[in-house]
Design a protein. Structure first.
Length: 436
């Protein structure tokens, strides 16, 4: 090996290479062994050390010596580098080869190898004393009396009141965390009650309530590697909290209508993941929460025959009919990647065309008169002629990282609108909490 190559590989000086070659009988000019030898290693001393640090922080050391280096010495090297060996997973071993000196002496040398990979620190949630059910129950205790039963009003046509529950991402610790998210949601539902009364004062009959579940109701715990550092609820608490919020929605608005439809899609944050990848498409906490609410309400005689449930399993989107109109919802992550389009609305438009091309394979997704999507956390809307597309705002506390990186932010809100026998979309109001 050339002197320059040795200097670059091990980071040593030219003088050290020359000295080592003299001791081992190697030509200083050619780097080849003299007297029949074929190694550059000196006698009676530990040879040069090779050191490598991988992208994940793993430290790899190789030392050639006339003995096997024990683990205790490797760990001492870590301490000398300023590390605590207890913070690392280590492995060590060696391989054996022979050295022939110029004196025709054969020596046994050991290429000792050692690696140290830093252990992941135990992930600790930001808080552990938050009880989402207790928080919501305390708010409900302060609420006005249970709304009165539905009383039909005179109107030329029937109509439905639609609200969207989406992108709460319950469990996020920042910007007030789960307590703030729960309180905000409670206020959204109070505003929805008021909106129903306003619309009926305008002459809307509103016999039907449609609750759209848009996904990402939970934050999840294993969506990305260090997510636990930004959580204040574990998975069990997140699901329990979302179920209680769904039941609160039905308890608060259900009595005001004669019929209820629930249309629930799955979101990416609800996915059960291993190493960042989903396990199966239908293993999802967003839709699981709706299934649990369905199970609870099916035992309630007031709601057992009053609610029509459409809850996604493995499919990306779901649909239902509202006075003959086809209402479709999908979370939005399905076209975020892998679907062509220069903008979000172009991607959504392409996805809808793909569903139409599939004809009956995907139910009536491709026949949407109104398409409600979520995921991107910003208000957007396009009228595509036969289909009207509406992207909802989120109902979380916002993302500090996203806001600081882009300068953009979206005010949380709950989309509401009306569908009638003759009009697919009217009376939109995004319900927002004053002074947020």
């Amino acid at each position: 090996m050339r002197k320059k190559d040795i200097m670059e590989k091990w980071g040593v000086s030219s003088g050290l290479v020359v000295d080592v070659r003299k001791e081992s009988g190697v030509s200083a000019s050619t780097g080849s062994a003299q007297g029949g030898g074929n190694a550059i290693y000196p006698q009676g001393r530990q040879l040069l050390e090779e050191r490598e640090v991988l992208a994940d922080g793993t430290l790899k050391l190789t030392k050639v010596a006339e003995r096997v280096i024990p683990l205790s010495e490797w760990l001492e090297d870590l301490r000398l580098d300023g590390h605590n060996p207890d913070d690392f997973d280590t492995s060590h071993g060696h391989s054996i080869y022979l050295q022939h000196t110029r004196d025709q002496v054969t020596k046994t040398l050991y290429a000792n190898k050692f690696s140290a990979t830093r252990r992941n620190k135990k992930l600790v949630r930001s808080a552990t004393d938050i009880d989402p059910l207790a928080l919501l129950n305390s708010l409900r205790a302060q609420s006005p009396a249970r709304p009165s039963a539905y009383v039909p009003i005179e109107s030329d046509e029937d109509s439905a009141f639609i609200i969207s529950i989406n992108d709460i991402q319950l469990g996020q610790a920042y910007n007030g965390g789960s307590p703030r998210a729960i309180k905000q949601f409670y206020e959204f539902i109070t505003l929805a009650q008021q909106r129903v009364l306003e619309l009926r004062a305008l002459g809307r009959r509103l016999s039907t309530l449609v609750v759209v579940g848009g996904g990402d109701l939970v934050e999840g715990c294993v969506i990305y590697g260090n997510q636990a550092f930004s959580l204040d609820l574990n998975r069990k608490q997140q699901v329990e909290g979302v179920v209680s919020m769904i039941l609160h929605t039905i308890d608060s608005l259900g009595p005001m209508f004669s019929r209820i439809k629930v249309l629930a899609a799955r979101g990416n944050h609800g996915e059960n993941r291993i190493n960042g990848k989903y396990t199966t498409l239908d293993d999802n906490d967003d839709t699981h929460a709706f299934e649990m609410a369905k199970l609870a309400l099916s035992r309630d005689p007031d709601y057992a025959d009053k609610i029509e449930w459409t809850i996604a399993e493995s499919e990306a989107g779901v649909w239902c009919e509202v006075f003959g109109w086809v209402l479709v919802t999908t979370h939005g992550d399905i076209y975020a990647k892998g679907v062509s389009g220069a903008t979000i609305d172009k991607k959504a438009h392409t996805w809808m065309k793909n569903m139409a091309l599939g004809r009956g394979k995907f139910g009536r997704l491709g026949e949407a008169d109104v398409l409600i999507t979520h995921h991107f956390h910003h208000d957007k809307m396009s009228d595509w002629g036969s289909c009207l597309w509406r992207q909802t705002p989120s109902q979380d506390n916002g993302s500090p990282y996203f806001e600081m990186a882009t300068g953009e932010y979206s005010e949380p809100g709950m989309l509401s609108f009306v569908m009638t026998e003759n009009t697919r979309y009217q009376d939109e109001a995004v319900l927002r909490v004053a002074g947020r």
